[in-house]
Design a protein around this ligand. Structure first.
Ligand SMILES: Cc1cc2nc3c(=O)[nH]c(=O)nc-3n(C[C@H](O)[C@H](O)[C@H](O)COP(=O)(O)OP(=O)(O)OC[C@H]3O[C@@H](n4cnc5c(N)ncnc54)[C@H](O)[C@@H]3O)c2cc1C
Length: 485
């Protein structure tokens, strides 16, 4: 019988840490603490408010430096919304709401219409689109048949040709009822799933569906999740399962009026124990069935003893401040993360983009460090509204691009396509999308992580478990709390 009086420490108040706390409460636990090193919750869901002009009058609006959108398949996030009482807008947006319209822009500044057969009509374009449509249909069918079982959260068993996890099905609350039960785990054997360890480009080649990468690339590579020649297909297809990918194509997306950070601020306010802010975990020791956690707050260190620890922060850093075992050190040392850079900027008068846009030609490793996407959140406002610009700075097998060069390159790109930057209001590089290589995936890295769950009273949650988006992260919390607490 689980002891609901156990004292639990959660490291990090991002989507993972806060969802762990919410699911613990739903299961009847109440003695937990969340430590957060920053002075805010939400982690990479960070939505600063900026002054903008609407019909010449100054107003305050939320901007996004991190997470922006969701889709109908965001079940765990829906549970967070319900708990916090704060809900998304979309997929149909009203006037005054942020919306998700976008364009495709060539590097010479002209607008492209790659998926509209009637615009710039040519036989070649039409044939290419027909081929794409045929391959989309084929992939959809293959995922339902040859790769049956791919659509659950997480990677348990995949490298062995098995699957086990909460169903990502489009109905309901990713399995659970509104109460506290955690049903709807799917489990089975399917040797074909081993193919999902291959880099996505090889997986597409193997299945004769190379064209579909044209659909997946924009919401994957431009969103900083890496290039298809290196990222295991499992990560691509679990995040952008066919339903979610089609929601992107059809722009049936969600966003949040006051920003994604507000989802987590609202959840935090409703928790029995809101996160303890500005408190960094600097040491973890796990002797004799207990967990001693040392935190630093206002320069002072103090240590508290817990029964259990849930780590939702980067595991490749955890090994540096915890008494990591040889297995933890070896496993966590294999984690790769993306270096994703973005900035919010104002543009020269009248030169701000008035819609969001993808620059697909920059979504290849040869153009590392170049702007891949710009995001105009408030498309109905005056033309001088700021927008966010994004680029990737690393790729396996290519030298990293340093931060200053990325910033400069993005400025040049934006100028070339017709949107010269005036001033940067915010700029950052983030630790992003932790994952492992195709080889480590095939060698069973995720099963080794699963085998570690609970050892030394330590549980691992966060974006590493399934994928680096809000939904997979919150669903991973649901899975871990559901199975181990
Ligand atoms: C530019 C960008 C765009 C994105 N777009 C989307 C999107 O459109 N849709 C989507 O679903 N997702 C998106 N994401 C991804 C999403 O934000 C992340 O997957 C999600 O935030 C991961 O949650 P997490 O809790 O695992 O980690 P994080 O959000 O990184 O939270 C970890 C928290 O732990 C804290 N912490 C770290 N170390 C310590 C320590 N030692 N002690 C105490 N606290 C610590 C950090 O300060 C942080 O608050 C985007 C992210 C970025 C950066």
């Amino acid at each position: 019988m689980a002891d609901k009086n156990e004292k639990i420490c959660i490291i990090g108040a991002g989507p993972a840490g806060l969802s762990c706390a919410m699911y613990l409460e739903k299961k009847g636990y109440s003695d937990y603490v969340i430590y957060e090193k920053l002075n805010k919750v939400g982690g990479k869901c960070w939505s600063p408010k900026l002054k903008v002009k609407h019909n010449g009058v100054e107003e305050e609006r939320s901007f996004e430096t991190g997470a922006i959108m969701g889709a109908i398949t965001y079940h765990a996030v829906s549970e967070m919304e319900e708990f916090g009482g704060y809900y998304h807008k979309g997929p149909d947006f009203k006037k005054g709401e942020p919306n998700m319209r976008r364009e495709f822009r060539n590097l010479d500044g002209t607008v492209d219409h790659p998926f509209e057969p009637k615009v710039n009509f040519s036989i070649k374009k039409t044939l290419k689109l027909l081929k794409l449509k045929k391959q989309m249909k084929k992939l959809n069918e293959l995922m339902k048949t040859k790769y049956a079982g791919y659509d659950c959260y997480g990677h348990i068993g995949v490298a062995k040709g098995e699957y086990y996890g909460i169903s990502k099905g489009v109905d309901g609350y990713c399995g659970a009822t509104k109460e506290t039960s955690f049903p709807n785990y799917i489990k089975g054997t399917n040797p074909n799933l081993k193919d999902l360890a291959l880099p996505f480009s090889e997986f597409c080649k193997l299945n004769g569906v190379e064209e579909v990468q044209r659909i997946w690339i924009a919401p994957f590579t431009s969103f900083g999740y890496g290039f298809f020649d290196e990222i295991p297909a499992a990560l691509v297809m679990k995040y952008l399962d066919v339903t979610t990918a089609l929601e992107f194509v059809n722009m049936k997306l969600w966003t949040w009026q006051d920003g994604t950070q507000e989802i987590y601020e609202c959840v935090n306010k409703k928790l029995k124990h809101p996160a303890v802010l500005e408190t960094e975990v600097v040491k973890v020791e796990r002797p004799d069935g207990k967990v001693n956690v040392t935190v630093r707050k206002n320069g002072e260190e103090s240590t508290e003893t817990f029964d259990k620890l849930i780590v939702t922060t980067p595991l490749d850093y955890f090994k540096d401040y915890a008494d990591a075992t040889a297995e933890e050190k070896e496993l966590f040392g294999k984690i790769i993360h993306e270096r994703y850079c973005d900035y919010i900027a104002t543009f020269e008068p009248g030169k701000s983009p008035n819609i969001s846009g993808y620059m697909v030609d920059n979504m290849v490793p040869e153009r590392l460090g170049h702007a891949m996407v710009y995001y105009n959140r408030w498309q109905h406002l005056d033309r001088d509204c700021p927008a966010t610009v994004y680029a990737l700075a690393n790729h396996t097998g290519t030298p990293d691009v340093d931060y200053d060069t990325v910033m400069k390159t993005m400025d040049e790109d934006m100028k070339k396509v017709g949107f010269p930057i005036k001033e940067k209001l915010f700029a950052q590089e983030v630790y992003y999308c932790p994952h492992v290589s195709s080889k480590d995936y095939a060698d069973g890295w995720y099963d080794r992580l699963e085998a570690l769950q609970g050892n030394l009273n330590t549980y691992y949650a966060g974006e590493i478990i399934s994928f680096g988006d809000m939904e997979d992260t919150c669903a991973a919390s649901k899975d871990i709390i559901g199975r181990f607490f």
